[in-house]
Design a protein around this ligand. Sequence first.
Ligand code: FES
Length: 283
Amino acid sequence: MTLPEGTPETNSRSAAAPDEVVWEPVVTEEPLAGSSIGTEPSPVSPAFDEVTRQRTKEIIARYPQSRSALLPLLHLVQSVEGHVSQDGIRYCAEALELTTAEVSAVATFYTMYKRTPCGEHLVSVCTNTLCAALGGDDIYARLQARLGTDGRPLGHEETAGEPGTPGSITLEHAECLAACDLAPVIQVNYEYFDNQTVETAEALVDALRAGEKPAPTRGAPLTDFKTVELELAGIFPDLEMSVEGPSVAVETLRGAQLAADRGWVAPPMPDEPPALPDLPEKK
Ligand code: FES
């Protein structure tokens, strides 16, 4: 392993997972618009190839301030690596002229950015209040046992199988997935499988492990984690396919349907907003 030239902050060995940092200096030829990448020899992982660099430029160009592109760029990194490695953090920092500390702060704040390699599929089980009460906790426990090895249940964000290989699954418990009317719910690569039971959830992960791609209840046909990460970065190689599939459920529209059937309408908006009550005096 050779660490690159650079600032102590970007080269901090302690900031990297021990088996993650494999630096191969790559000299870029063409500068990225609005970024420091490519303006001088830059030690960037060869995983970030020319296609990724072009996509990086495309994403950055969408924003008046380049730093606003950080969230989609982290998804782009995940579409390449299957997670955000220290190398990926450095790539984003160089592209956006941020420090690696700033990028790390964002990457470790949001749960959608994974710091360890993901499986072909990410299976998220909602264990928030409503789903938990209706069976989400049981589903998660059963999947942990099903995907674990040697009697040890699979832990949160652990992977069954070799990460990235066909049939590998990263399991996580998730907070409310915004589908409480269809509880308990599971997402696979962020597509919904509604109204689950322990049995249907087990059948779902068995099918994924066998290389099948069952149709979600709502959302586009299943692909894999990396493909979905590219879409989350705002790059759609096949837009039609990415938006295909049902997007609403009968349960979600039931209130609106009931109102329509009964002729209920909301009162019109007043021309002037109603007066707000006086605020109590500050003491
Ligand atoms: S509690 Fe599970 S979707 Fe809201």
